[in-house]
Design a protein. Structure first.
Length: 364
């Protein structure tokens, strides 16, 4: 008998900073395999970057961490060896990439992991250092016994879409006072499987309070109406001092480096709130507002973003302790320098909603 030519399995893209095991198969009827030799070639230069023989009955070969380099394209083949020291013919050659481990994580889970509605739009952010594209993803919902009860099915985003990417799926029918697990599984264009953590959350329905700027109370017997305002005037500090007023003294110019206005006294935000800000000609990729709560111990940061397609959006970063998550508004066409832009933020029971709107040059 003689050794049968091995068939080397094509590996997915893997992280070169971690060890990786190549596997192969051998048909029946040949000599006993007692060892193998793996050769790896860097495709760009055709240089052999790894060649090693091992003694093993297993149809596998593990290379140590940092043997290869992330961002490079390689090919590999394997020989097998019998007890007489004879080698088989070379296996098929396989090609593969090495890429850094992608990040794939939920970014819009409530801080306390309590969902207060029967449905929720779960969002996951994918990113990868060498810009390997995400090809497909799937969201899975489990009960407390970790039994699958609902799935999004496999969804595709296309290999031409470069990271970072936001993928999402909405699950409905969440039962009040119940607990669940959620996870997302992705696959890159080079067949690397990635998973989020399996995250637990609970559902507790809540009816939010309605906030209004002005409240009217009809006193029928007295024949009058009581008007109550929730507006409070507070004084701020600025740099430079005094601030540079524009637009007939209705706005402050904060486009210069180091310019800011800060309010830190005369108000408190203990729980739910709605906040709105108006401005124009926001600087690209700049922080528009930062809110810090001494009562709740959390920090909210709103950044103004602009993409390559001439679209703009706002990014909310909500941080509390070690927990941090991101929320993004819908994108709108880039406003003209004279257009008034409104940024709107609401928090209800630790769930945030954010939006950006172009009010036009005559917006109010």
């Amino acid at each position: 008998m003689a050794l049968i030519r091995p068939v080397l399995a094509t590996p997915p893209a893997f992280d070169a900073t971690k060890e990786y095991t190549f596997t192969f198969s051998v048909g029946s009827g040949g000599d006993q395999v007692v060892g193998n030799q793996l050769t790896i070639i860097k495709q760009e230069t055709n240089d052999i970057v790894y060649r090693k023989s091992i003694t093993s009955f297993a149809f596998s070969h593990t290379i140590p961490e940092n043997t290869l380099v992330n961002g490079e394209y390689y090919s590999a083949y394997v020989f097998t060896t019998n007890s007489n020291g004879e080698n088989s013919s070379a296996s098929n050659s396989v090609q593969f990439y090495c890429f850094s481990t992608p990040s794939f994580e939920f970014y819009n889970m409530p801080v306390d992991f309590v969902i207060q509605n029967s449905s929720y739009l779960f969002r996951v952010k994918y990113d990868q250092a060498e810009e390997e594209s995400l090809n497909s993803y799937i969201f899975n919902l489990y009960d407390t016994q970790r039994i699958l009860i609902s799935t999004s099915g496999t969804k595709y985003i296309g290999s031409l879409v470069k990271p970072p990417n936001i993928v999402e799926h909405q699950f409905g029918g969440l039962v009040d006072n119940s607990a669940y697990y959620i996870e997302a599984v992705g696959r890159t264009v080079n067949n690397t499987e990635i998973k989020t953590e399996l995250i637990s959350f609970v559902v507790k329905y809540s009816t939010p309070n309605i906030f209004t700027v002005v409240q009217l109370t009809n006193n029928c017997q007295g024949g009058y109406i009581t008007v109550k305002s929730n507006l409070t005037s507070i004084e701020g500090e600025s740099n430079p001092t005094p601030p540079v007023f524009v637009d007939d003294n209705t706005a402050v110019d904060l486009t210069g480096d180091g310019s800011y206005v800060i309010w830190k006294e005369g108000f408190a935000i203990p729980n739910d709130f709605t906040a709105s800000l108006w401005g124009r000609s926001f600087n690209k990729d700049s922080t528009i507002i930062t809110m810090r709560s001494k009562i709740l111990g959390d920090t909210l940061t709103i950044n103004y973003r602009e993409d390559d397609a001439n679209k703009v959006y706002v990014e909310l970063i909500a941080a509390k302790g070690t927990a941090c998550y991101y929320i993004y508004s819908d994108k709108i066409d880039k406003p003209a320098p004279t257009d008034k832009v409104q940024i709107w933020l609401r928090r209800i029971s630790n769930l945030y909603v954010i939006g950006v709107y172009n009010l036009g040059s005559g917006g109010a």
